[in-house]
Design a protein around this ligand. Sequence first.
Ligand SMILES: *[C@@H]1O[C@H](CO)[C@@H](O)[C@H](O)[C@H]1NC(C)=O
Ligand SMILES: *[C@@H]1O[C@H](CO)[C@@H](O)[C@H](O)[C@H]1NC(C)=O
Ligand SMILES: *[C@@H]1O[C@H](CO)[C@@H](O)[C@H](O)[C@H]1NC(C)=O
Ligand SMILES: *[C@@H]1O[C@H](CO)[C@@H](O)[C@H](O)[C@H]1NC(C)=O
Ligand SMILES: *[C@@H]1O[C@H](CO)[C@@H](O)[C@H](O)[C@H]1NC(C)=O
Length: 420
Amino acid sequence: MRSLGLIYLLFFCGLHAASAADVTTELSTLMKRIIWINRNGSHNIEFNSDVILNTPEIITKAGYPAEAHVVMTEDGYLLTLHRIPGGNDSLPVLLQHGILGSSADWVILGKGKALAYLLADQGYDVWLGNFRGNTYSKTHVSLSPSNSTFWDFSFNELGIYDLPAMITFIMNKRSQPLHTYIGHSMGTTTFYVMSSERPEITQMVKIMISLAPTAFINHLKSPIRYLVPFWKMFQKMMQFFFHGEFLRSDFVRFFTKYGCGRGFSKKICSHAMFLIFGYDKEQFNNTLQPVILSHDPAGTSAKTLTHYIQMIQSSKFCQYDYGRKKNQLIYNSTEPPNYNLANIMVPVALIYSKNDWLISIEDVKKLYHLLPNVVDMYEVPWSSFNHIDFLWANDAPKLVYERILKIMRNEKPSNLTSME
Ligand SMILES: *[C@@H]1O[C@H](CO)[C@@H](O)[C@H](O)[C@H]1NC(C)=O
Ligand SMILES: *[C@@H]1O[C@H](CO)[C@@H](O)[C@H](O)[C@H]1NC(C)=O
Ligand SMILES: *[C@@H]1O[C@H](CO)[C@@H](O)[C@H](O)[C@H]1NC(C)=O
Ligand SMILES: *[C@@H]1O[C@H](CO)[C@@H](O)[C@H](O)[C@H]1NC(C)=O
Ligand SMILES: *[C@@H]1O[C@H](CO)[C@@H](O)[C@H](O)[C@H]1NC(C)=O
């Protein structure tokens, strides 16, 4: 435990010295290594080295080739696209993580199980996106993350800038349209935003698969709904302490890693996760918890959370609400305009679950009725399947990924759930 003091010291010195983002990144890597050595010494913990590896390192360790590409958005953010390259004739697929997630989410489940590997095994060219503000995309051509202008974005900008930049990059690289876009949670919201605001880019995608489709969220069951009335205060704090970043991700990960490390506190952390996302003990692999908590939360802006909170309050899927006066200036209307779901001509598959405490079935039904071209509507056949089970459930391959591969092969799903 002596090194704990040392880490604290390094960490806080780092925080103060860290006008440059790379100082904290280095420090965080150093921290991980110290923690690793510490844990390795105390043999009582099952250790998975994925805790200290980044996405390409995890992929390489699993025996697959890995690449990283940097893509610039029209507004100057530098995003990292990870890739498990396929052969020359392979079909490109883009997997896009949800809020506070990263490309690592798609590989944490491990070889033979994680969606990214299953797709690579089927011969697809697998691309893993990273939205601005997360661990891998925390750079801008001129803005530093310590400047609050860097964090002045919501999922709106992820949809109108980040996705078009990534999709265009893949298209140029492969000289063919994107065969499939697969999004989880916010990875679906941003696709709907892009489809509404940048339909010319969306035309370059052949099919879109939504895991936990997130356009309406006002029926959420998670107790986080009780925090909604206090959000304004949180947002002010986030602005004051973190320049508008939602918490400070390496800061939070540091504490969850220590706080959730062992025994009783590990249980408390699992319960906290279940409380946010829905209870599903049976599908959750406790061995993966330290790996998940070392990669997530991977960072986003407080404004993104605020935009979701507004959606809970308004029951609408619309642009960011700046208040009547500023809305008038920006949108030429006192109310923020709705995103136009009728614009989404791309075939969409909706995959959802009963015990998702963030996305309830009522909200998915509403979306289903507004989308013009739904090709599959699939309820995961596991009654306690929750929001994060789409990524990390023990049986995700059988319950969800088999269906995805079927849809991608353009096989008619046998039991399209009726929604009438
Ligand atoms: C961790 O422990 C294993 C065996 O217990 C040993 O082979 C390995 O070298 C150790 N790693 C470090 C970084 O100490
Ligand atoms: C793939 O394409 C590259 C460049 O076009 C070429 O050099 C290589 O031989 C091709 N590989 C196969 C297996 O066709
Ligand atoms: C943040 O960036 C903006 C835009 O480049 C600049 O005008 C402002 O001075 C910067 N603020 C700080 C505190 O560096
Ligand atoms: C703003 O909205 C008004 C009324 O809806 C419309 O008449 C006007 O043309 C709009 N102005 C612009 C610049 O779009
Ligand atoms: C849990 O994860 C570990 C580490 O990846 C793996 O070895 C084990 O098989 C998993 N357990 C189940 C039930 O899938």
